[in-house]
Design a protein around this ligand. Structure first.
Ligand code: ATP
Length: 322
């Protein structure tokens, strides 16, 4: 539903986003992750049509965003990093105004405002001036205006920024509920946020996209932890015949028990290789105490990708962080 190709934005001589390309399918929840200044807001502003790219293309629902801006923007909901300030307006007045901007009028407008007020659970504060709202409520009002007109794509720039833990949980629940009917792209600088909500992560560093992976794939590493009654030598000999086993690190070994990390090659299904290992070990008469795929620590992956590794080298980053 969204295809971004070689997107670039420069502010004067400074390039805030460069060569950014990705596609998002309908119904996905995608997390745009990166440190402060990585270029997330710049990309989101371009996706929502509020900032013109210096180069590149954004195709939304088969049409160039730049060529059909007005029509396509009606199908895109955008929560900016900070809400435009209308402190003196009440929540109801602000939503009425935002609905007008989305082209809604009369009964349609009333019904739509009612719908988003219910969806974001802000009815209790409808008459309160925006200036008097807590940060969590303000964010919910921001999401409410983004939902007006039932957009098929929601772009949420740091939706939980500044919220307390309780408000953060409520906001995540709200985003999950919204994602049942719309495709969502949200930005954050916290990996946990992506883990809690997203199917997929796009990671930006210094204006470039350095990682684009499904969360499930990121979590799965190509190594197994093994514990068995065989000695280290016996483990080595027994597993020597299994295709897909690249190397074995012995973590602890005695005559009664061996703990090892088994590194698998790039090819081959991890489950099938695990099954083959279990079969051959048990077949040899050994006891198998543990055999499980190691999960990747996404926080350390985030640190590695952000701090140490060369750009455009996802594979190396992933292998390194495993
Ligand atoms: P944060 O997490 O802090 O919101 P971000 O990843 O959203 O950061 P951007 O706001 O996109 O990052 O900014 C990317 C870079 O572009 C930063 O170095 C920022 O200072 C710069 N930048 C953003 N807007 C402008 C502007 N209007 N003029 C000049 N530089 C800008």
């Amino acid at each position: 539903m969204l295809k971004v190709s070689n997107l670039k934005r420069a502010y004067g001589d400074f390039v805030a986003a460069d060569s950014v390309s990705f596609s998002i399918a309908k119904g996905e929840i995608v997390g745009l992750l990166g440190h402060n200044g990585a270029g997330k807001t710049t990309v989101m502003k371009m996706l929502s049509g509020y900032l013109e790219p210096s180069a590149g293309q954004i195709v939304f629902e088969g049409k160039q965003l730049a060529d059909h801006l007005k029509v396509l923007q009606q199908k895109i909901g955008y929560l900016p990093e900070s809400l435009p300030v209308y402190p003196e307006l009440s929540v109801a007045e602000y939503l009425d105004y935002a609905a007008e901007l989305k082209g809604l009028r009369g009964r349609d407008k009333q019904q739509e405002v009612k719908r988003v007020v219910n969806a974001t659970d802000i009815a209790a504060k409808l008459l309160a001036p925006i200036a008097t709202l807590s940060r969590g409520y303000k964010q919910r009002v921001g999401v409410a205006q983004a939902l007006l007109g039932k957009p098929s794509l929601l772009i949420l720039d740091e939706p939980t920024n500044g919220l307390d833990p309780q408000q953060t949980l409520q906001m995540r629940e709200l985003i999950r509920a919204i994602a049942k009917d719309a495709t969502v792209i949200l930005s954050t600088h916290i990996m946990q946020e992506v883990e809690a909500l997203c199917d997929r992560v796009l990671m930006m560093r210094a204006g470039q996209l350095v990682l684009d992976e499904k969360l499930a794939e990121l979590r799965t590493s190509r190594s197994l932890l093994l514990s068995s009654s065989l000695s280290a030598d016996e483990v080595k000999q027994t597993l020597a015949t299994i295709t897909g086993v690249k190397a074995i690190d012995f973590l602890a070994s005695s005559s009664a028990e061996t703990h090892a990390r088994i590194h698998l090659g790039e090819a081959g299904d991890v489950k099938a290789i695990s099954a083959a290992i279990a079969k051959i070990l048990l077949g040899s008469g050994a006891d198998l105490y543990q055999l499980q795929a190691e999960t990747r620590d996404l926080e350390s992956l985030f640190r590695e990708v952000n701090n140490n590794l060369p750009l455009q080298n996802n594979k190396e980053a992933l292998d390194h962080a495993a």
